[in-house]
Design a protein around this ligand. Structure first.
Ligand code: NAD
Length: 252
C-alpha cells in the first residue's frame, strides 16, 4: 500500500477552488434554515451574515456556481439550495459505513443529520463478536469479517472510522482495498492512504485545545489590563463565525 496522504490541487477539475468548496456547506446550512422558514429570496449580505462569511467572498463563491442573484431581489433560496446540493454531490444518495460501534460509533449511527443530508448509513461494522447482530440505531451490527462483502454489496465509497487509534490504519487499509475512496476519521491518528483517496479528520480535543489557547490569552490580556500594564503585543484575533474559525473537520 502506498503511503502518504492525498495531495489535492488547490482548484478542483471544474474550476471551483477548495476554499470555496469548504464554504459551500456553510451556505447550504444557512439556506436550508431559510428554506424551512419558507423565505423565498435572500440578499448576499443577509446570507453572508447567516453563514458567517464576508459578503464579497460569498458573491465571488457564487460566481463559480454561475449564480449571480438578481439586483434588488437577491438570490432565489430554493434554487441555490439545489445548485449547492448538486455541486456538493448531495442530490444523490451516498451509502456510508461506520466502523467501530462503541460510544462514538453508536452516537454517529443514531445521528439523524446524516440521512437528512443525503448520507444513508448502509452498515455498522465492529470487530467485537459479542456485538454482531445486536441492534444499534435500528440496524444489526455486522462483524468485520464481512467488511469487504458489505462494501461491495452496498456500493459504499465513504467510510467512517470510529475505532481505537491502534486499529484505525488497518481498518482504513481494508476499507480502501474494498473500494472506499473517502474516509472520515475520528480516531486520533494520522492515516496513510493511496492517491485518489480523500481523508478528513475530526478531532474535538484539538478544537478544545485551540479554545484553551484563546482562553489563556484572554486571561493574560485581562490580567495585564487589571494591573495597568499594557496588554501583550499579540495580535487580537477575535474572529467570529465559520469564515475565520478553524473547522472541526479538517483535512487529515
Ligand atoms: N474525533 C473526536 O472528536 C473523537 C471524540 C470521541 C472519541 N474519539 C475517538 O473515537 C474512537 C472511538 O471512541 P469510543 O469512545 O467510541 O471507543 P469505544 O471503545 O467505545 O469503541 C470502539 C469500538 O471499536 C471497535 N473496534 C476495535 N477494533 C476494531 C477493528 N479493528 N475493527 C472494527 N471495530 C473495532 C470496538 O469493538 C469498539 O466497539 C477512539 O479512537 C476515540 O479516541 C474521537
Amino acid at each position: 500500500m502506498a503511503t502518504g496522504r492525498t495531495h489535492r490541487p488547490a482548484t478542483r477539475s471544474r474550476g471551483i477552488p477548495e476554499a470555496t468548496v469548504a464554504r459551500l456547506p456553510l451556505y447550504l446550512r444557512a439556506l436550508t434554515a431559510l428554506s424551512e422558514r419558507s423565505v423565498p429570496t435572500v440578499s448576499s449580505e443577509e446570507l453572508a451574515a447567516a453563514a458567517g462569511v464576508n459578503s464579497a467572498k460569498l458573491r465571488k463563491d457564487f460566481s463559480y456556481l454561475g449564480s449571480y442573484g438578481t439586483r434588488g431581489v437577491g438570490y432565489d433560496v430554493e434554487y441555490l439550495v439545489y445548485q449547492i446540493s448538486r455541486e456538493l454531490g448531495l442530490t444523490q444518495d451516498w451509502p456510508v459505513v461506520i466502523v467501530g460501534i462503541g460510544n462514538l460509533g453508536a452516537a454517529l449511527a443514531n445521528y439523524g443529520g446524516f440521512a437528512s443530508r443525503g448520507f444513508r448509513v448502509a452498515a455498522l461494522i465492529d470487530a467485537d463478536p459479542a456485538m454482531a447482530g445486536k441492534p444499534v440505531a435500528g440496524m444489526p451490527v455486522q462483524h468485520t469479517d464481512d467488511l469487504e462483502r458489505i462494501i461491495s454489496d452496498n456500493g459504499v465509497s465513504i467510510g467512517v472510522i470510529a475505532t481505537p487509534a491502534g486499529a484505525a490504519q488497518q481498518v482504513c487499509d481494508r476499507l480502501v482495498a474494498a473500494g472506499v475512496t473517502s474516509i472520515l476519521n475520528f480516531a486520533p491518528t494520522v492515516l496513510s492512504v493511496p492517491d485518489g483517496v480523500d481523508v478528513r479528520k475530526v478531532d474535538l480535543s484539538i478544537e478544545l485545545q485551540i479554545l484553551a489557547f484563546h482562553e489563556q490569552r484572554k486571561a493574560g490580556e485581562d490580567a495585564a489590563t487589571d494591573d495597568g500594564a499594557p496588554a501583550p503585543a499579540v495580535a487580537k484575533d477575535h474572529r467570529k463565525g465559520p469564515d475565520g474559525d478553524v473547522p472541526a473537520v479538517m483535512p487529515a
